[in-house]
Design a protein around this ligand. Structure first.
Ligand SMILES: [Zn+2]
Length: 87
């Protein structure tokens, strides 16, 4: 079975596995409960934490651009709430 590749445009590296350490290079980085961050379902779509965050940022920017276009017609309260990253 072929390994999935990173969802980031232009990147064809293999994705991480769900449950891998989110920040393998930064052992000091822990969640508020003292546990290490693990790669979630969404994070497993990407080769690295860097690409996961970058993809999120591009998506946010695209959404913000759309919102700016529609600001005159749709009230802010009808836009879906953002819950933040799934970890
Ligand atoms: Zn990538």
């Amino acid at each position: 079975m072929a390994q999935d590749t990173c969802r980031m445009t232009g990147c064809d590296k293999e994705t991480r596995n769900k449950g891998d350490l989110q920040y393998p290079d930064d052992p000091e980085k822990t969640a508020s409960n003292g546990k290490r961050f693990r790669v979630g379902v969404f994070g497993a779509n990407f080769c690295s934490d860097y690409h996961e965050i970058k993809y999120e940022k591009l998506k946010d920017e695209a959404r913000d651009a759309r919102r700016d276009e529609r600001r005159d017609t749709i009230p802010d309260r009808d836009l879906p709430e953002r819950d933040g990253p799934p970890y």
